[in-house]
Ligand binder design. Structure first.
Ligand code: ZN
Ligand code: ZN
Length: 135
């Protein structure tokens, strides 16, 4: 188990937990680029019940390109995107890398949706690049 904590820009939403990181990925899909406003999204996935979240989260629901239900959770005060849920992966929550206090824990294992990456984005040559979602 690994200690993790983090908070949004304004501090109204925070989280902590003793967690196991299941996977970490950089996602270059259009949805991740739009919702983060960044060149790509980096998410760490863990069991949601290992995480204690406090503060007022707002949510936005949309469909993935495979038809599953996606939920984006963000701070209702400052708008920071914090977490994602995917109906295809029940019980798992995606935590956004940029807000994690323990920055050494952010170790992406792959780049996803390389086909839609911004051309200037540098990717670690040691990591696999998947054109879309693998599997
Ligand atoms: Zn906030
Ligand atoms: Zn994505």
């Amino acid at each position: 188990m690994t200690k993790i904590s983090g908070s949004c820009l304004c501090g109204a939403v925070s989280y902590s937990g003793d967690i196991t990181i299941k996977m970490t990925m950089n996602c270059h899909c259009t949805d991740c680029r739009k919702v983060t406003g960044a060149a790509y999204g980096t998410l760490l996935f863990m069991a949601e019940d290992e995480l204690t979240i406090s503060g007022d989260l707002q949510s936005y629901h949309h469909k993935s390109d495979r038809g599953s239900d996606l939920t984006k959770l963000f701070c209702g005060t400052c708008g920071s995107q914090m977490f994602t849920r995917n109906s295809a992966r029940p019980g798992l929550i995606g935590v956004r890398a940029g807000q994690i206090d323990q920055t050494d824990l952010v170790k992406p294992g792959a780049n996803l949706y390389g086909d839609s990456a911004i051309p200037s984005t540098k990717m670690d040559p040691n990591l696999p690049v998947h054109a879309k979602m693998p599997g």
